[in-house]
Each structure stands twice: as structure tokens, then as C-alpha cells.
Design a protein around this ligand. Structure first.
Ligand code: SF4
Length: 426
């Protein structure tokens, strides 16, 4: 049979476009450059993901943007109506479900107010102006490509989102609040993780794929949108699922948008990239002189223990990791944080603290001690407060600068290991 040729335009999400690329696209549409600033302001500062709500753009441009950037949905997904989105369940950590009000779900159920069967641009326009209240498919008018599947709320104010991407892959991201006013976004960079750290539930399912720049940026925007209008994200910690240095090509452009003055406008030093310790990745961060902080997950004072709990160590042992961290410090002048999860009976003894102190002697570094947060599917235990105290005292007595956060009632399950425990200390 003779093949017929089909003209298909490959979909490229809005958040993949840099400012320059967006300017070039709009220019090709015959539009002036100032439109770029208007559109970006809506997305990054005014926190709308809806083209139809960009009220200082012409109706024609809003329609054109929606046609260009609204993500094609997977089979069957268009059947998910606003009505269904409006009853998206919120999954509380204690297992109790409650129904989200549309306003709580952010982009996904905001569509509830857009209306039913608004299939034409004209109908969308009307709906966005509030004149119509029937139903549109979820994501019909959004710059986002993913959809919100669930949201968990902890009694300490942390909120975790589960986002499903167009290929069905799902990731979590977390908004952390502390009493010093910090509003930290903890984002994932991969679907699953190949690092197989023994204490981490996120790595159990293995690695699927890297996230794209737009997907990482969407995590940030969705978390930022959880905050009340008068608040903004203050920090980003790349400590969700996945190894950041294995996805720098997507992560760094996403962080560039997050720290741009016409992006999310976060200070560079408010961003921390946490790595399991891939020397080539650390050296690349140093070579590119990225303006962000670096945290290295050490978690053991010697290769024998680290080989057991972090299999990646068999490829890149501690000496290699520390050598790369030294290069980062020498090149950027920024002190490296070493993360250390305390696992009872494994790495939490005074002897381990002394060995760790010898390892880090003469380094400009800080150790972030994190008592293990138990996960039901994993066999590790949290050390007692006394054991933890003795470990920290031994480190400090040996001249090592230490930060620690004793556990309190965070009920959000950890994604990238237990690292989230340390976030409130940044
Ligand atoms: S702790 Fe981080 S690097 Fe290790 S398996 Fe979990 S997600 Fe991957």
C-alpha cells in the first residue's frame, strides 16, 4: 500500500521557549516584541496558566497562543471534564480523602469555571470572561502540559503535588513552609531514579526518563501558585526524585528561568542543587560556574558503608566525589554542604562521626545531619535523640560545622531520600 504523507507539527510546550525563542515566534506572527514581556508577566508574576485570562492581550492573540501551546491530550483524557476536575480528591497523609474545591487544585480545576464544551476559541473566550459556565477538557487553555493528579497536605504546612505528564509518567514536588518565612520548592528532575540509594523509596521503581525543562519549570510554577498572592517562592531545592547532575541540560535552563528577573525572580543563592556525587556533573557545574549552591549526599564516612547504602559509590568512590567537590569550591568560592542521613546501627556511631571529621578535615564545608525518616517499605531505623546528639557533638568537637534538624511532625513522605528533612535549615 502506498504511504500517504501527513503534515504534523510537533508540539513544543510554552515553557520550553526561552524569552528569545518566544520573541522570534511572535515576530514571525507579525507581533511586536513587547508582547513577550506581557505574556511572561502573566505566567511568572501574575501566576495564571490560562491564556484566556491574559486580559491585556487581544482576543486573537490569546486564541493563537492557545492553539500553539495547549498540550495535545492523550487518548481519553479529553473526556475529563471540568466537573470531574472539580472533584479531584485530595489525598491526606492519614489516608483520609476530601474533595478539593476548584480553587485549591490550581490549574487543573480552574478550568471548572471555564465551562462546558467550550470547543471553539470564541466559546473559550466567553467562558474565560465568566459569562459561560459549562465544561471544557482539563488543560484546554493552559500553558501547562501536565495535570494535577493529587495533592497532599501535611500538618506542618508542607504540600506535595503529584503531576502526571503527557506520557502518563508521574512525579512529585513539594512546597515547604517554615516559620522564618521561607517558602521552598523541592522539585524532581527525573521520573524514577537509577541511583538505587538503599534508604530511598523513590529509587525503588527504577529510572524511566529525564524531565524536560518545561516539566521542571511547571513544577516550580505550580508550587508557587499554591502560595497566597502576597507570597512568592523564596528558595528552590533540587532534591526531589532523580539525580540532578544527570539532567543538567534540562535543569539549568529551568533554573535560569526561575532566577531571571522576568521569571520567578529568585536569588541565585537561594537555589541548591543536591547530587548523589557524580564527579563529572559536579565538575560541569564548576566549569560553568553556576551561581547556585551545591549539596553532596555523602551519608557515609568510608567506602565500605557507602558502597552498601549508595551503590553509585562503587563507580565513583568517596575520594573522587570529594575531589570534584573541592574543584567546585575552588572554582566558585561557594562552600559545599555534605548531606548525612543518620541510619541507626549503620553510620550513626561516634566512630563514624570521627571518621567523617577526618575525611572533611581542612575543607570549607558544612555537614547537614538528617535523622532518618522511616519509610514503611525500607528496613532502616531512626537513631535515638541521644545517638544523634552524640554524633553531632563528636563532629563539632572535631571542628566540623554541623547543621541538624531534629524530626517533628512532617507527614509528607520523602521523595529523594530523606533530604527534604534538611531543607528547613537552609
Ligand atoms: S536518594 Fe535521590 S539519588 Fe538516591 S535513589 Fe533516591 S532519588 Fe535517587
Amino acid at each position: 500500500m502506498e504511504k500517504t504523507s501527513e503534515t504534523t507539527t510537533e508540539y513544543r510546550p510554552f515553557l520550553e521557549y526561552s524569552k528569545e525563542e518566544l520573541a522570534a515566534l511572535l515576530k514571525s506572527w507579525g507581533l511586536p516584541g513587547y508582547r513577550v514581556g506581557q505574556i511572561r508577566r502573566w505566567v511568572f508574576a501574575r501566576e495564571t496558566d490560562r491564556f484566556s485570562e491574559m486580559s491585556d492581550l487581544s482576543k486573537e492573540l490569546r486564541t493563537k497562543l492557545a492553539e500553539a501551546f495547549v498540550a495535545p491530550r492523550r487518548d481519553g483524557e479529553n473526556g475529563e471534564t471540568a466537573e470531574k476536575a472539580a472533584t479531584l480528591p485530595i489525598l491526606l497523609e492519614n489516608g483520609v480523602e476530601k474533595t478539593l474545591a476548584p480553587a485549591e487544585t490550581g490549574g487543573a480545576a480552574e478550568v471548572a469555571k471555564i465551562g462546558k464544551a467550550a470547543q471553539t476559541a470564541e466559546a473559550r473566550e466567553t467562558a474565560a470572561d465568566g459569562a459561560s459556565v459549562a465544561a471544557a477538557p482539563v488543560g484546554f487553555d493552559s500553558v501547562f502540559e501536565g495535570r494535577l493528579v493529587a495533592k497532599s497536605v501535611s500538618d506542618d504546612g508542607s504540600e506535595k503535588l503529584l503531576i502526571e505528564w503527557r506520557d502518563g509518567a508521574r512525579v512529585e514536588c513539594v512546597l515547604l513552609r517554615d516559620d522564618r518565612g521561607r517558602r521552598s520548592a523541592c522539585v524532581s528532575v527525573q521520573v524514577g531514579c537509577a541511583m538505587k540509594c538503599a534508604f530511598c523509596a523513590s529509587g525503588l521503581g527504577g529510572f524511566s526518563r529525564n524531565l524536560t525543562k518545561s516539566e521542571i519549570l511547571e513544577e516550580l510554577l505550580r508550587l508557587n501558585a499554591l502560595l497566597p498572592k502576597e507570597e512568592r517562592l523564596t528558595h528552590i531545592v533540587v532534591m526531589g526524585t532523580g539525580e540532578p547532575t544527570l539532567n543538567l541540560d534540562a535543569l539549568l535552563p529551568a533554573l535560569a528561568e526561575a532566577t531571571a528577573s522576568d521569571g520567578l525572580d529568585l536569588g541565585n543563592r537561594k537555589v541548591t542543587i543536591s547530587t548523589v556525587g557524580i564527579p563529572a556533573g559536579i565538575r560541569r557545574l564548576a566549569a560553568e560556574n553556576v551561581p547556585y549552591k551545591l549539596a553532596v549526599s555523602l551519608h557515609a564516612p568510608n567506602d565500605r558503608i557507602r558502597d552498601e547504602i549508595m551503590p553509585q559509590n562503587r563507580i565513583h568512590p568517596i575520594a573522587e566525589v570529594l575531589s570534584a567537590a573541592d574543584v567546585f569550591f575552588k572554582t566558585t568560592g561557594r562552600r559545599v554542604t555534605f548531606e548525612y542521613i543518620l541510619l541507626d546501627g549503620i553510620n550513626a556511631g561516634v566512630e563514624h562521626a570521627l571518621e567523617l571529621a577526618r575525611l572533611l578535615r581542612n575543607k570549607t564545608a558544612i555537614v547537614n545531619v538528617i535523622p532518618y525518616n522511616p519509610a514503611p517499605e525500607l528496613p532502616f531505623k531512626t537513631p535515638s535523640t541521644q545517638t544523634t546528639r552524640r554524633f553531632v557533638d563528636a563532629l563539632e568537637d572535631a571542628g566540623i560545622q554541623v547543621k541538624i534538624r531534629f524530626r517533628k511532625g512532617d507527614k509528607i513522605n520523602a521523595a529523594c531520600g530523606q533530604l527534604r528533612w534538611s531543607l528547613r535549615d537552609r
